[in-house]
Design a binder for this molecule. Structure first.
Ligand SMILES: Nc1ncnc2c1ncn2[C@@H]1O[C@H](COP(=O)(O)OP(=O)(O)OP(=O)(O)O)[C@@H](O)[C@H]1O
Length: 306
């Protein structure tokens, strides 16, 4: 469980995080989304005791990071791929972390295997590719078998296999009961990974909802229905209060309605239906709508009045 209580952070005159109150629940992957500069990294840094809040609190399992005796056993984090010194061997870096967190040293080989670095443990970190450093950072996060995982852009630098691997890893940990809080700019990837979303813009909370609720709320989510009597059906749907647009030959696009409701209107009119289905928005579309108001630089269209 992660708890953010009225959390704010100012850097001089910049309010990077603005009164965020969020509970990130266990047993789920929660995606943390927002435009560049929205305050995601700053929030995660406060959670991990790397930045002090200007006001409010950030708690892991009800406790501030600084009060955790062996932090890696409670929360595993990947904030940036630079972990350990370039000249240090990967395994000795992890052994140092294990010792200082009272974690059995046998975990080092286990996590190196788990992240696919079993052969590379004796190599110096400076010789690692970006993807290997990312895997090493994840190995460090998993070392203490923590109940909470915090990943900032974990797929950066990973190839397609690596991206699929981290998705499976996050889903498996959440299924085993962990709290998984992950930021990413890759919307299609988030759509297939996250159960729940926390969206911020300019430091403020924009949404804290299930993936299904975010997609359902998008103006791009609509019921598509086709009928040889599309005109009659459109008039009936409009009378029932739904927004209807023509989507093609004999085909309508209905927003604000479920498939059952559209089917019910057709049935009451005695209108034959050839196709009835829900077209869900992509996360990319839903996210664009959610964050449109909070972008720092919204381009003004040519000819648009200011
Ligand atoms: N150490 C710092 N000193 C001054 N300003 C900072 C500092 N760290 C972050 N900021 C500012 O705080 C705001 C939030 O930055 P942050 O890195 O948390 O956003 P983000 O959502 O992680 O962005 P991105 O998606 O680009 O990684 C930005 O305006 C940034 O310039």
């Amino acid at each position: 469980m992660i708890t953010l209580e009225d959390l704010s952070k100012d850097f001089g005159s910049v309010r990077a995080v603005d009164s965020l109150s969020v509970e990130v629940a266990p047993g789920k992957v929660t995606g943390f989304l927002g435009p560049n500069g929205a305050g995601k990294t700053t929030t995660m840094r406060m959670l991990l005791g790397l930045d002090a809040p200007s006001s409010g609190r950030a708690l892991v399992n009800g406790v501030g990071y600084a009060k955790l005796a062996a932090p890696l056993r409670t929360v595993g984090a990947l904030l940036e791929p630079r972990t350990g010194h370039r000249g240090q061997r990967a395994d000795s870096h992890l052994r140092g972390l294990a010792r200082s967190n009272r974690i059995p040293v046998a975990r080092v080989d286990a996590v190196l295997q788990e992240v696919g670095l079993g052969e590379a443990g004796k190599r110096r970190i400076g010789t690692f590719s970006l993807g290997m450093r990312q895997r090493l950072g994840i190995a460090a996060a998993l070392l203490g078998e923590p109940e909470v995982l915090v990943f900032d852009e974990p797929v950066n630098g990973l190839d397609a296999d690596g991206v699929a691997w981290i998705r499976d890893l996050m889903r498996a940990n959440a299924a085993a009961g962990a709290t998984v809080f992950v930021s990413s700019h890759l919307m299609s990837e988030m759509q297939s990974t996250a159960d729940h979303l926390v969206v911020i813009g300019r430091g403020k909370l924009l949404a804290d909802e299930s993936m299904d609720a975010v997609l359902a709320a998008s103006a791009q989510t609509a019921v598509v229905v086709s009928s040889p009597q599309a005109g009659v059906l459109a008039a009936g749907l409009e009378r029932a209060g739904y927004a209807v647009a023509v989507a093609g030959h004999e085909s309508l696009r209905v927003t604000g309605a479920t498939t059952q409701e559209v089917g019910g209107v057709a049935h009451s009119l005695g209108v034959r239906i050839n196709e009835l289905g829900l077209r869900r928005a992509s996360l990319e579309q839903a996210y664009t709508e959610l964050t449109a108001q909070s972008l720092d630089f919204v381009p003004t269209r040519i000819g648009e009045e200011l």
